[in-house]
Design a protein around this ligand. Structure first.
Ligand SMILES: Cc1cc2nc3c(=O)[nH]c(=O)nc-3n(C[C@H](O)[C@H](O)[C@H](O)COP(=O)(O)OP(=O)(O)OC[C@H]3O[C@@H](n4cnc5c(N)ncnc54)[C@H](O)[C@@H]3O)c2cc1C
Length: 162
């Protein structure tokens, strides 16, 4: 299934995807602490535009059913009958739990004016000796840059107390 249509519904005309593509991750394949013995922990992620509204139970269940049915068709396995627990986390949850802007999961978009030196500074301009680290500051998003951010900020802290 091509990404064009789904991409259009994220970036060009933001709306709930009509034919949702999704990521699948099965962390229990490598970490036996995330599911009871004999069970699997499966995470599905449907990328969507930020700021969408209406992610009620009905909408979530609708997407879930479409995802599961596609997985069952591709794998030839009945997954639905084996589900013992399921949980969803969507746009409104990101807003509620993390106060995240437009309910987004990824933080600042990589636009030119939010890149490199234009990102929020790792040192507070208002509170002396307050430093920030992680994906929202320099150098940027992703696990490796977030780790580098820790190193950068540690250097800044050491410099500030010398
Ligand atoms: C779906 C998805 C897929 C991704 N895939 C990749 C990938 O393949 N490769 C890659 O490199 N990067 C990926 N990223 C990006 C990467 O996960 C992030 O850039 C990185 O985890 C950011 O690290 P961080 O330490 O800045 O923040 P986080 O990992 O978000 O850590 C912040 C922590 O602070 C906690 N917190 C928040 N508010 C409070 C509070 N008020 N009090 C106390 N604690 C609080 C949160 O619970 C969280 O544990 C992905 C991100 C998402 C959402």
């Amino acid at each position: 299934m091509p990404f064009d249509k789904h991409g259009h519904e994220i970036y060009k005309e933001p709306q709930w995807p009509s034919e949702p593509l999704f990521y699948v991750s099965i962390p229990s394949a490598t970490d036996n602490s995330v599911a009871p013995e004999g069970c699997e922990n499966i995470v599905f992620l449907v990328p969507v535009a930020s700021g969408l509204t209406g992610d009620d139970e009905q909408l979530r269940e609708n997407y879930f059913q479409r995802i599961i049915q596609r997985m069952e068709k591709v794998l030839g396995e009945d997954i639905t009958a084996a589900i013992v627990y399921k949980k969803s986390f969507s746009v409104s949850d990101f807003t509620k739990e993390y106060n995240s802007f437009r309910g987004n999961a990824y933080g600042l978009a990589n636009t030119l004016m939010q890149t490199a030196i234009f990102r929020p500074s790792c040192r507070s301009k208002k509170v002396r000796n307050l430093f920030y680290t992680g994906q929202l500051t320099v150098p940027g998003p992703g696990v490796p840059p977030s780790l580098i951010s820790g190193e950068v900020v540690a250097g800044q802290v050491i410099k500030s107390i010398k």
